[in-house]
Design a protein around this ligand. Structure first.
Ligand code: T1G
Length: 709
């Protein structure tokens, strides 16, 4: 392997270029090469100053995250981080001015390397940040000690707890960057270094004094941010550990603060929370890699779009296109329905505007990209159509038949169906290669997941174009196979089955919802149904009954259909599993009627209701998800277990700190998950069948993520 850091003298300055594509991550070899490079430059009579710069598109995107997997105990990490801290001190002790030249990103360890240089110059579009908490860790190379000295404790705490990058101009204003270079970055950095060398100036960030007043303000900021984290980071360790480390540095100084940082980092890096978040970091990037759709598969430019159906989903989908600057036709059967759809879209934008996230002018500009219509005029000029009509097979097939004649042969025809057979739509359109599913999640303009459903004949170009479009629309696109309910809703049926049965067995709607929100879900199953609409599920069940199928094996609770028959569709009707102040209101109250319905259902099934433990609720739900997930994987409807985790994290807000339902199962241990399936089978019946993949992995002593078990 070539040296990851190139060394050259330019105009009397030693230039160290870090070259470890794709993002110059700090692997052990890179750390070592930077260290050697700086020491060489210090000793090199031809060098008056030293510049550190990244090759390719960025400075340094942080430590190589993969390396953390080898750390098994806090002690492993403590000994490794001691070396890193010593290395950064050596850099800082350079007798020659050491300048970090930043373009692209200086994140995590990359920012810590930059702060161990005496000065930082950057291009104006560069970004700096400490995103470690997003990986369940904290800055572990002095960031919690040097950043407060450069930018003040308050900004340092914000940057290290929200993990968001800061743009160079703001970073300069805050003292993190010394100069914005307009022209060529390297030339600017060399000139800056030479200026400092001529002035015999160096500056060690660790020696920047913090006044007593600044310490007092910093400690106040620690208390304040802890209080807000109690609300926003419930159940997470890393954000609180960051505050502890910054506080230790403010109270006890740089050296003791650094030791405390290393201790806290070492505890975090071996935690399940961090393993789960690191897993998701890579899983989110893996989803874009579809085995038989190579990276260079040609894609189609999407310049114009159309959506058929201006209901809740159709309207949200049209907003996604408009938000991305893509003109979109929005078609409805009649003007009344169209006006309702457009009114909802405008209301959504006005809510965004009222939060200060859009100006009135931006609202008008975006709305102008949405063209309401009741005809197919203009459909012959669009690159993609998304069908979002009622979840009814005959209606969708008729729509695809029309679209097959109204659009250009190369136009992509996508369906927002959440459950139905894409291949039937494809046949109806007459050009199945152009047909796929684009399943958005409610609210479609907010939820980040796009389930891209691949039909039997969907072309690789359509898949590749869909993945790229997902990025353009700010979504995470996951390619899944065409089975009933695809991945998200197929597994959800088992989640809901258990939720209904737990209710009939004795748990209450609010107990189940509270237990699962404590587990980390944004909303429980009953709150979720009241948002999405009880009628949606009821109509799917009716369709299934008509084709002799059910969504999940086992007892089907009668309660949701009884609510449907009562016209209780949830928030939109003012009553569902809860009652609401008014139709459309989010303010809910438990309703004793549900208990009565549960009593009646239990009686019919001959079961005696009794108290249900919270642990049982979490175990039943997560086991049902993992078991059905194993089937989905085994049958090839998901490419990787990680894809399922990404679907659940982005589609349903499954808690990131668990890594998703499949990673969570591995954390529990598949032998324990299998034992639960078999226990439930003995307790409840043969509808609890262990998935063959689950049994195989346990027999082979493996986990969903291969050798982990
Ligand atoms: N380590 C290893 N691989 C990385 C990586 C990293 N830090 N960052 C990116 N990659 C890989 C990624 O998996 C992908 O691989 C490719 O690079 C391109 O990434 C000591 C402890 C920089 C904003 O958290 O946020 O420093 O899929 O697709 O959209 O205190 O990558 O092509 O095989 O995301 O242009 C802190 C992580 C680490 C930043 C670029 N740093 N990276 O986004 O490309 S912890 C981070 C990012 C640390 C210190 C601590 C983004 C990016 P592949 P990509 P992108």
């Amino acid at each position: 392997m070539s040296d990851p850091v190139r060394y050259e003298i330019k105009d009397g300055v030693a230039v160290l270029t870090i070259d470890n594509p794709p993002v110059n991550a700090l692997s052990p070899a890179v750390w070592d090469a930077i260290d050697k490079g700086v020491q060489r430059a210090v000793a090199d009579p031809a060098a008056d100053a030293i510049v550190l710069i990244g090759s390719g598109g960025t400075f340094i995107a942080g430590a190589d995250i993969k390396v953390f997997d080898v750390l098994k105990t806090p002690q492993d990490s403590m000994s490794r981080s001691a070396g890193t801290h010593a290395l950064l001190r050596r850099m800082e002790d350079s007798t020659k001015p050491l300048v970090a030249a930043i373009h692209g990103n200086a994140l995590g360890g990359g920012m810590e390397v930059a702060m161990s240089c005496h000065y930082r110059v950057a291009t104006k579009d560069a970004k700096v940040g400490q995103p470690e908490v997003l990986l369940g860790i904290i800055p572990g190379a002095g960031g919690t000690q040097r950043l407060p000295r450069l930018a003040g404790a308050e900004l340092a705490l914000t940057m290290c707890t929200d993990g968001k990058p800061v743009a160079a101009p703001k970073a300069k204003a805050a003292g993190m960057i010394d100069e914005i270079v307009d022209g060529d970055l390297l030339s600017g950095a060399i000139a800056f270094g030479k200026k400092k060398a001529a002035a015999h100036e160096t500056r060690k960030v660790r020696e920047i004094a913090i006044s007593a007043d600044a310490v007092a303000k910093g400690l106040e900021a620690c208390a304040k941010i802890r209080a807000s984290l109690d609300k926003t980071a419930r159940g997470l360790k890393a954000p609180f550990a960051v505050v502890d480390a910054v506080e230790a540095g403010l109270k006890d100084g740089f050296d003791k603060g650094s030791i405390r940082e290393r201790e806290l980092f070492s505890q975090c890096v071996v935690s399940t929370e961090s393993k789960a978040l690191r897993h998701l970091f890579f899983a989110e990037r893996e989803v874009a890699k579809v085995p038989d759709v190579p990276k260079d598969t040609p894609t189609k430019a999407i310049k114009r779009a159309a959506v058929v159906g201006a209901g809740t989903m159709g309207g949200g989908i049209a907003m996604n296109y408009a938000n991305a600057g893509i003109p979109v036709l929005l078609k409805e059967v009649d003007k009344a329905a169209l006006d309702r759809g457009i009114a909802t879209i405008r209301k959504n934008y006005e809510v965004t505007m009222s939060k200060g996230k859009m100006t009135a002018e931006q609202v008008e500009k975006t709305m102008a990209l949405i063209t309401p219509t009741t005809t197919y005029d203009g459909f012959d000029r669009v690159d993609i159509v998304t069908e979002a009509v009622f979840e009814n097979m005959d209606l969708k097939k008729a729509t695809f038949a029309e679209l097959g004649t109204m659009t250009r042969p190369d136009c992509i025809l996508a369906s927002n169906s959440s459950t139905l057979d894409i291949d039937q739509f494809a046949q109806a359109s007459g050009r199945p290669a152009q047909v796929c599913g684009h399943h958005y999640f409610s609210p479609a303009n907010v939820m980040k997941l796009l389930e891209i459903v691949r039909g039997k004949e969907t072309s690789p170009e359509v898949i590749a174009t869909s993945l790229r479009l997902a990025k353009t629309l700010g979504k995470v696109g996951v390619v899944v196979g065409n089975c009933f309910g695809f991945v998200a809703n197929r597994m959800l049926a088992y989640y809901m089955r258990e939720a209904y049965l737990l209710l009939e067995e004795g748990a209450s709607v609010q107990q189940i919802d509270n237990v699962l929100t404590d587990f980390g879900l944004p909303v429980g199953p009953y709150g979720m149904q009241d948002i999405a609409g009880i009628d949606v599920g009821a109509r799917i069940r009716q369709y299934l009954k008509s084709i002799g199928k059910s969504r999940a094996e086992g007892p089907q609770s009668e309660i949701p259909d009884r609510l449907f028959d009562m016209g209780r569709y949830g928030q939109k009707t003012g009553a569902g599993w809860y009652t609401y102040d008014a139709p459309g209101s989010r303010n809910r109250t438990p309703d004793p009627l549900i208990e009565q319905l549960a009593e009646e259902a239990a009686k019919k099934r001959g079961i005696v209701r009794k108290p249900i433990a919270n642990e049982e609720i979490v175990a039943r739900i997560t086991t049902a998800l993992a078991n059905e997930g194993a089937r989905v994987l085994d049958e090839g409807f998901a490419t990787r277990a990680g894809d399922i985790d990404v679907v659940y994290v982005y589609g349903f807000g499954f808690p990131r700190r668990t890594g998703g339902p499949m990673f969570y199962a591995d954390t529990i241990g598949l032998p324990a998950v299998l034992a639960r399936v078999n226990e439930y089978r003995a307790r409840f019946g043969d509808y609890w069948q262990p998935a063959p993949l689950l049994e195989r992995l346990v027999a082979e002593g493996r986990g969903f993520y291969s050798t982990r078990s």
